[in-house]
Design a protein around this ligand. Structure first.
Ligand SMILES: *[C@@H]1O[C@H](CO)[C@@H](O)[C@H](O)[C@H]1NC(C)=O
Ligand SMILES: *[C@@H]1O[C@H](CO)[C@@H](O)[C@H](O)[C@H]1NC(C)=O
Length: 304
């Protein structure tokens, strides 16, 4: 009798799965919910555009088209969604449940907002209301050419100052990210200040990609894909938003105590959690990285 009931349950579960458009394949769930995602288990989950709408993007980046903004009319919701869709089959914004998805979008955009902000304490709406104010570094103090890099040598007449949604600096970094998103950024770094979709694509690629083999990505440390080793815990590296700053900026931000620079990034993340209706009380553990040792020494972080 018990076995019979179990079998019935199994059959019910199977038909429910079929009704939801899922197929079982080699033990792994393969889904196709109609959005541009198939063949990945993440496609069973909601897409970012299901839970993060254009009006929310407008609220997060309320002042980006103001007269004072330096990249007015450049950034828009569609560019973010188009770029994000390329990474959803790999789990960007689609890992775990809807709340984790929203938290990851808030975390990623928190970095973007902080790194492209022209906000200051007495600014209208507060200092966190001014993300996506820039799309490139103004009056760079140097051309960010590292002549010693043979793999990605500087192209004559091209400058590698900061550009994009999480700005990229230096020839080698343009080379690496360009290879990642299949664009010739070494010859054409200007693409990141001309095309908002590519600017978001480059930033999400960095979020999803470890700096080095066997290291976690910012995505991994945030969504819980990563389990710290003994070395990590000795270095105070634990999963959470703090470790995303460690992956992306190393000791430029982390292990320096409670600095304004670090707190500026955290406050964008938390402000966006509030605006998205998740609430900053769901920021997660290990929010800061003030005592974390960098995953990579600064010379190897190469000043991204
Ligand atoms: C931006 O780049 C994408 C990807 O290469 C391309 O499809 C799109 O047409 C570009 N947009 C503009 C405005 O050039
Ligand atoms: C742990 O850290 C030590 C000292 O920094 C290093 O020599 C060693 O290679 C690390 N071990 C692993 C597995 O990363």
């Amino acid at each position: 009798m018990a076995r019979c009931a179990a079998l019935l349950l199994l059959l019910l579960a199977a038909s429910a799965a079929a009704a939801a458009g899922r197929k079982e394949k080699a033990g792994e769930k393969v889904c196709d919910k109609g959005w541009e995602c198939s063949g990945s288990r993440f496609c069973c989950n909601e897409a970012i555009s299901d839970y993060f709408k254009a009006y929310q993007f407008e609220e997060l980046f309320a002042h980006r088209n103001d007269a004072q903004a330096h990249a007015a009319d450049f950034w828009d919701y569609q560019a973010f969604i188009t770029a994000a869709a390329l990474f959803e089959p790999r789990g960007f914004g689609t890992t775990g449940g809807k709340e984790m998805g929203m938290r990851e979008v808030a975390a990623f955009l928190g970095h973007v907002g902080a790194k492209t902000s022209c906000g200051y304490r007495e600014a209208p709406g507060g200092e966190t209301a001014w993300g996506l104010c820039y799309n490139h570094e103004l009056s760079p103090s140097q051309s960010y050419c590292d002549d010693s890099n043979e793999l990605y040598p500087c192209v004559e007449g091209v400058e590698y100052y900061g550009r994009g949604a999480i700005p990229i600096y230096w020839n080698q970094n343009y080379g690496i990210v360009g290879k990642g998103i299949k664009q010739d950024l070494l010859n054409h770094p200007e693409l990141l200040e001309q095309n908002a979709t590519l600017a978001f694509e480059a930033a999400i690629w960095r979020w999803m990609t470890p700096m080095k083999r066997k290291q976690p990505s910012a995505h991994d440390v945030f969504v819980g894909n990563w389990k710290p080793t003994k070395n990590d815990t000795l270095s105070k590296r634990y999963p959470g938003f703090g470790a995303t700053m460690n992956v992306l900026y190393g000791d430029a931000i982390c292990g320096q105590g409670s600095t304004d620079k670090m707190n500026f990034i955290i406050s964008h993340y938390q402000h966006y959690l509030d605006l998205m209706g998740v609430g900053r009380e769901h920021s997660g553990d290990n929010l800061d990285c003030d005592d974390q040792v960098a995953f990579n020494p600064s010379s190897e972080n190469a000043d991204f």
